[in-house]
Design a protein around this ligand. Structure first.
Ligand code: NAD
Length: 489
């Protein structure tokens, strides 16, 4: 029998404020930094979910009965706990996801910012009241939905769960979190810190597993709304299944972000921004630069990009990709592009980091003279690879960007306000950068793409998420009912 040395005890489910052992089959969790097994997790099923839904439903009346001001007190304390435990949480993200320290730390800092937005909810939520007729008033109050669910991907084990959890809970819902089976440890720590902050049992529950538990979430009649973040293929499956079961759903999918580089762009700033965008978090960001469309004469900028990429040291300022399969997939794309005629300016294949020989590293890769029909130009690679397509003018560049079925982000690098404005107008993406390679909107601005990068109404964070996690209750009131006075006109 295989002996597994786990660095972390076997992951359980977290239901009603307790760890619950699932009797299901388990799977190993590898650290992508070294390839070593660090823990195991249960592949939960419908019955495991049902326990969590019952716990969340039992907690809902008390939690939703509290005022916003009471609920946010817990999140003030929780945010402080994130800060206090920053180093430990950062190292946990590193261990399970493979990021370098500063990237993992930035993730925790972003989680704190998401909590800051959530604690401002009493200031943001203003229910509407108006005297619609003499003596008669109409009011609208935002009410929570009940038990809701959040399904997360592997690439931001701490931050993406915070896109949904603080807002949904502060608005009065109770939640089932389903982390990626590749990185469940950060979500389990979230549950522990929420309890330490004073969150009542059952308000936040974690159910671990893969496809089966996602399907169970879409089907369970006790769950009112489902948010999903992951690949487009699964986002479509989840959106269709959850809405066919009459649930509210917002499902964020994959991306193929195009950066349009114009000849007048600032060379140093552009080169460092483009390379940082494509290689940060080992390219495993839905906001990463995937295609650079070089318009007209941009060779001087490409030369600088090559210099920038060569400064990157895997294992030091470039983390690992998530798995051996991911490394093989990414390297396969580079080889296919080379065979199809692309020029490999910087080659990240066969990357080995001394002392971490078992880790799944891919070095930064720049491919030039890519054509729009190559697989590297069309498909999401999710690794530190950028494909440069040459275009004669901005019209052609915009046509290339517009042809992508995705629409998460797009950016333009130029010093011309007029041309930047044109790209802002014409690019077919939900988040646009002007001289910004990773145009993530900061709170209170909401996050979400277009086209095949998002299914469902609204965005997942910020003010837009308030609509998603609440329903309006409309009340009409007549206070003075004296018979002789016709108040209701
Ligand atoms: P994924 O789609 O493989 O997994 C996401 C979640 O879905 C996981 O919890 C997983 O357990 C579950 N899942 C996987 N296959 C399933 C199936 N067949 N049926 C039901 N559930 C299933 O995504 P990933 O590999 O974890 O994350 C990377 C992807 O997420 C990339 O495509 C990336 O662009 C995307 N992403 C998008 C955003 C965004 O904001 N648009 C943000 C982060 C990541």
């Amino acid at each position: 029998m295989e002996t597994i040395t786990t660095k972390y005890p076997e992951v359980k489910n977290y239901v009603g404020g307790q760890y619950v052992t699932s009797q299901r089959e388990t799977m190993n969790i590898d650290s992508p930094l070294t390839g070593e097994i660090i823990s195991k997790l249960p592949l939960s099923n419908y019955d495991d979910l049902d326990l969590a839904v019952k716990a969340a439903a039992a907690a809902f009346p008390i939690w939703s009965g509290m005022t916003y001001k009471e609920r946010v007190q817990i999140f003030f304390r929780y945010r402080s706990l994130l800060e206090k435990n920053m180093d430990e949480l950062t190292k946990l993200v590193q261990l399970e996801n493979g990021k370098v320290y500063d990237e993992a730390k930035a993730e925790i800092e972003k989680s704190m910012e998401l909590c800051e937005f959530a604690v401002s909810m009493p200031q943001i939520i203003s229910n509407e009241v108006q005297e619609v007729s003499r003596g008669v008033e109409c009011r609208i109050e935002k009410k929570p939905l009940g038990v809701v669910a959040s399904i997360a991907p592997f690439n931001f084990p701490n931050m993406v769960p915070h896109w949904t959890m603080p807002n949904a809970l502060v608005l009065g819902n109770t939640m089932i979190m389903k982390p990626s089976e590749l990185v469940p440890l950060s979500a389990m720590r979230m549950a522990e810190l929420l309890k330490e902050a004073g969150l009542p049992d059952g308000v936040f529950n974690v159910v671990n597993g893969g496809k089966e538990i996602v399907e169970a979430i879409c089907d369970h009649p006790g769950i009112k709304a489902v948010s999903f973040v992951g690949s487009t293929k699964v986002a479509q499956i989840v959106y269709k299944r959850a809405t066919s079961n009459l649930k509210r759903c917002v499902a964020l999918g994959g991306a193929k972000n195009h950066l349009l580089v114009l000849p007048d762009a600032h060379p140093d700033m552009t080169a460092s921004n483009v390379v940082a965008s494509m290689s940060g978090c080992a390219g495993q960001r839905c906001m990463a630069a995937a295609v650079m469309v070089g318009v007209d004469k941009v060779q001087h900028i490409i030369d600088k990009m090559v210099d920038e990429a060569k400064k990157i040291v895997p294992g030091k300022n470039l983390g690992s990709v998530i798995s051996k399969a991911a490394k093989e997939r990414i390297e396969g794309y580079i080889t296919a592009a080379e065979k199809a005629g692309a020029k490999v300016l910087v080659d990240g294949r066969n990357c080995v980091v001394e002392g971490k020989e078992g880790g799944f590293y891919v070095g930064p890769t720049i491919l030039d003279y890519v054509t729009p029909e190559m697989s590297v130009a069309k498909e999401e690679i999710f690794g530190p690879v950028i494909s440069i397509i040459r275009a004669k003018d901005l019209d052609e560049a915009l046509k290339i960007e517009n042809a992508s079925p995705y629409g998460n982000a797009a950016a333009v690098f130029t010093q011309s306000g007029g041309l930047a404005r044109l790209v802002m107008e014409k690019a077919s993406a939900g988040m646009i950068g002007v001289n910004v390679g990773v145009p993530v909107p900061r709170e209170p601005f909401s996050f979400g793409g277009w086209n095949d990068s998002k299914f469902g109404m609204g965005d997942i964070t910020g003010k837009s998420s308030i609509e998603f996690w609440t329903q309006n209750k409309k009340t009409t009131i007549k206070w003075n009912a004296e018979a002789k006075t016709n108040w209701m006109s």
